[in-house]
Design a protein. Structure first.
Length: 199
């Protein structure tokens, strides 16, 4: 006796494929069920698909990447004074005092550029452009203290650590976003996430 196949779990595409390949003379009941399920499934046209990103949903990796790229370009532009006054050779092997100065400069410039948005909306310029914000795990807006002292500065300090600090902060950190939770390492450290918002 043939085992029962649960065609109700099939997608519409799989049902059409089954309808094209099934031997309707040998399996008339199965063929009839497949055709019935095809008729019952609503046909969804691409233009009818709702691609609206709902407020509170975790931001897609693509949208977070675009936001990060925007912030990255802004960061590079803001670093131009550093490249003017400090030669490249010195930057490739900075002293401890220079590293501290660069960290302080980055924090100060970041605060000037993003501080208002971070304080009021939990957003950087890039995140504001993509309508996403940094949230606590309870879906509330992350405050400036959480964003700066738990999320951003730990990664900046980590990047200064010799023998692997830059690798962890620059590569391992963003790679965490490919996990099921779609959260970077700094999100886990700060207990935050990035979600869509109306702002």
């Amino acid at each position: 006796m043939d085992s029962k196949i649960d065609f109700t779990s099939y997608t519409l595409e799989e049902l059409h494929s089954a309808a094209d390949t099934i031997d309707s003379e040998k399996y008339p009941e199965r063929a009839e069920e497949i055709n019935r399920l095809i008729q019952e499934r609503p046909v969804i046209h691409p233009e009818e698909v709702d691609n609206t990103k709902r407020v509170g949903e975790k931001a897609t990796r693509g949208d977070r990447l675009i936001a990060a790229l925007i912030d990255g370009v802004i960061g590079i532009i803001s670093a131009i004074p550093i490249f003017i006054y400090v030669d490249f050779e010195t930057l490739t092997d900075p002293t401890f005092s220079l590293s501290v100065m660069l960290l302080a400069y980055g924090i100060m410039v970041g605060f000037i550029l993003h501080g208002y948005l971070l304080y009021h909306y939990g957003q950087t310029i890039g995140k504001n452009f993509m309508s996403i914000r940094i949230e606590n795990l309870d879906n509330t807006k992350a405050n400036l203290t959480t964003i700066y002292f738990k999320r951003m500065i730990p990664m900046q300090i980590l990047s200064m650590v010799p023998f692997g600090g830059q690798f962890i902060a620059g590569i391992v950190n963003p790679l965490f976003i490919f996990g099921k939770e779609k959260r970077c390492l700094h999100d886990y450290v700060a207990k935050t996430k990035v979600c869509y918002t109306n702002n």
